[in-house]
Write a protein that binds this ligand. Structure first.
Ligand SMILES: [Zn+2]
Ligand SMILES: [Zn+2]
Length: 310
């Protein structure tokens, strides 16, 4: 696959004209110096194997994507199966993170047990770990979709497979059905019989946050990003997805802001609060410098200080 990195003018065109937008939003859509170019793909990377033509803001609007509203205003998280010791705080952190990221209400549903719900499982012949048939989970989510749900996303530490001939899958979704299921099993070194690093919980949290941000954004009709390093870049393997940032580039931020209508500064402030609380220092640093870009150092300084005291 021949990936040609977009030129500066193609990037600006993908963001689209910003005249007439409120000043803080206009500034938040100016790339400045905070967004790195997409790296040239190496063999095995996503863009080496998948053709992505890119989706500018204009094309996104024309695609008439699903939007929250008309009573569909909540993101639901459906924990599936057990979250053993060391993983229990994850669900609450992800609820808080999705709330900050999408500036919407996020509710965690009572845990869905595997045994009493007729979910098909098998033992994977290579890993010898149990796996869940993802389609069975999607069917349950669709049947139980709450009336006020924008989407319902199952998260699990169990491994998934999409059909008998496949080895595994990280996740599966139905955008039309507004449901998805995502596994964090393979983000835990124990899955591969390896030892957990000492900062294991933070690594698992960052990976899970990335998956949740990326996959939930797909629910809003955002396609993969080819413009900058961005949470919406596709990824083919763990090393590649670990190298992706949690933040949205201006093209993707504009799409999400258009759909949800959030205040970009309030959103960054809530994200800063979260990143500091859980110790995701690089992300906190990025948001801090972005707020300075948007508001100027003095006004941003006040927000940044307040978020330090809490
Ligand atoms: Zn994706
Ligand atoms: Zn992007």
């Amino acid at each position: 696959m021949d990936f040609k990195p977009p030129t500066d003018s193609e990037k600006l065109q993908a963001i689209g004209p910003t005249e007439g937008l409120p000043e803080t939003l206009r500034k938040a859509l100016e790339p400045g110096t905070h967004f790195e170019p997409v790296p040239i793909p190496k063999p095995g990377d996503w863009l080496a194997e998948h053709h992505e033509s890119g989706q500018g803001f204009d094309e996104f609007v024309k695609s008439k994507p699903n939007q929250p509203g008309k009573g569909r205003k909540k993101i639901y998280l459906q924990p599936l199966g057990q979250f053993p010791n060391g993983q229990v705080p994850l669900v609450e952190s992800l609820r808080e993170y999705a709330g900050a990221y999408f500036a919407m209400e996020v509710e965690v549903l009572p845990n869905l047990a595997l045994n009493d719900n007729n979910i098909t499982t098998r033992i994977n012949q290579y890993t010898k770990n149990r796996q869940i048939l993802a389609g069975d989970v999607l069917a349950i989510l669709r049947r139980n979709l709450p009336a006020d749900a924008f989407c319902n996303l199952a998260i699990t530490m169990e491994d998934l497979y999409p059909e008998p001939s496949w080895n595994f899958v990280f996740g599966q979704a139905s955008l039309r059905g507004r449901v998805g299921v995502y596994s964090f099993a393979r983000y835990d070194p124990v899955f591969y019989g390896r030892k957990r690093e000492k900062d294991y919980e933070k690594v698992l949290l960052r990976r899970s946050c990335r998956v949740l941000a990326h996959e939930t954004a797909h629910m809003f009709g955002l396609q993969h990003c080819i413009y900058y390093k961005c949470a919406l870049n596709g990824s083919n393997h763990l090393k590649e997805s670990d190298s992706r940032p949690l933040h949205l580039c201006p093209v993707c931020l504009r799409k999400l802001q258009y759909s949800i209508g959030f205040d970009v500064v309030a959103r960054y402030r809530n994200l800063l609060h979260f990143y500091r609380k859980v110790g995701l220092d690089n992300e906190a640093q990025w948001v801090t410098s972005r707020l300075k870009w948007i508001l100027g150092a003095r006004a941003a300084g006040k927000i940044i200080e307040q978020e330090t005291i809490h």
